[in-house]
Ligand binder design. Structure first.
Ligand code: NAP
Length: 289
């Protein structure tokens, strides 16, 4: 392994420390910060994610509030829960844990969230603002990937970024974010997906590769230009073992690579806290420079 590691645990700890300071400053001004979550059904993985998010909140003194609904909750029940969090002054921002049980319409639920309280950055209004070039609430994983690169001194401006995957949580918003005409972004972005004919040759032309497909070992060392920066964002499971979209031999060729565990995941969680404190700052009429 020759590549240096993109250390998401370290950077996420830095980001959390900054969030904690911001929460402290708001508290001193009489503003409380809270993250809400709506959990529908009894999917153990979803329950685990919500619990993890509550722990993350506690670590930075953000209050958390979980609304739990049974697996048979109706669309009206979920919309009522969304309305209650939209109206709750103690909740600065909130998430609806996905996936929802099959009988529910996730798009209608997403639309019902107050865009100013959208902690995940996946509300159509916030995705639209991003596409219009004035990002307000950015989806946590794309924001986390950009932060991870910046804090390792990796320059996106002018670089060729190849994003593998056009999904709504990572690939699509990341491709828009990274190509925005702003210092620190300004990348030349190519998005590839399962219908692309010669994935390998496109990936090989990248300065930076972000694999966000959820296909284990999809990006191999042979597909990567020596010296490239390679981020594994997609995840899948073999039993309980977390698998990366990156094959192990990527680390023999790349200059920088994410570890299988402790790369993008901790950054995604940290950026949820950033989105929450920013929502509270906006409501309080202040914004970090
Ligand atoms: P998604 O909706 O799961 O879509 C996956 C994308 O990858 C699709 O565009 C698909 O192409 C493409 N793809 C799949 N297999 C491929 C292959 N063999 N070759 C080329 N392209 C392929 O996307 P998402 O919601 O953005 O999530 C992506 C992955 O990230 C998932 O594994 C998810 O679990 C993971 N994730 C990780 C984090 C984290 O913090 N690390 C956070 C959120 C999500 P088509 O469009 O052609 O089908």
């Amino acid at each position: 392994m020759g590549a240096k590691l993109l250390d998401g645990e370290r950077v996420a700890a830095e980001v959390r420390a900054e969030v904690r300071d911001r929460v402290e400053r708001l508290r001193a001004a009489g503003v409380r910060v809270g993250l809400g979550a709506i959990l529908v059904g009894d999917d153990p993985a979803s329950a685990r994610y919500v619990e993890m998010k509550a722990r993350d909140c506690a670590s930075v003194e953000i209050a958390s509030r979980v609304v739990r609904l049974g697996p048979d909750a109706s669309q009206a029940d979920v919309l009522a829960a969304v309305e209650s969090l939209n109206a709750d002054p103690e909740v600065s921002a909130f998430i609806v844990q996905l996936p929802l049980p099959r009988h529910l319409d996730p798009d209608a639920v997403l639309w019902a969230i107050d865009p100013a309280k959208d902690a995940d950055g996946l509300h159509p209004v916030n995705l639209g603002e991003l596409a219009l070039g004035r990002p307000r609430v950015v989806a946590c994983t794309p924001a986390g990937i950009v932060e991870l690169l910046h804090r390792h001194g990796i320059v996106l401006d002018g670089a060729h970024l190849v994003v593998v995957g056009r999904g709504l949580t990572i690939g699509r918003p990341l491709s828009i974010l990274a190509s925005l005409p702003r210092a620190g972004l300004n990348a030349a972005v190519t998005v590839v997906h399962s219908r692309v004919r010669d994935l390998a040759s496109i990936v090989r032309s990248a300065d930076i590769v972000v694999a966000a497909a959820g296909s284990p070992g999809l990006v191999t060392g042979a597909m990567v230009r020596p010296g490239a920066v390679v981020v594994g964002a997609g995840t899948s499971f073999e039993g309980r073992r977390l698998l990366s979209d990156l094959a192990d031999d990527v680390a023999d060729v790349a200059a920088w690579v994410t570890p299988r565990i402790g790369g993008v995941g901790p950054m995604t969680r940290a950026m949820l806290l950033v989105n929450t404190v920013e929502a509270a700052e906006r409501r309080a009429g202040r914004s970090e420079p």
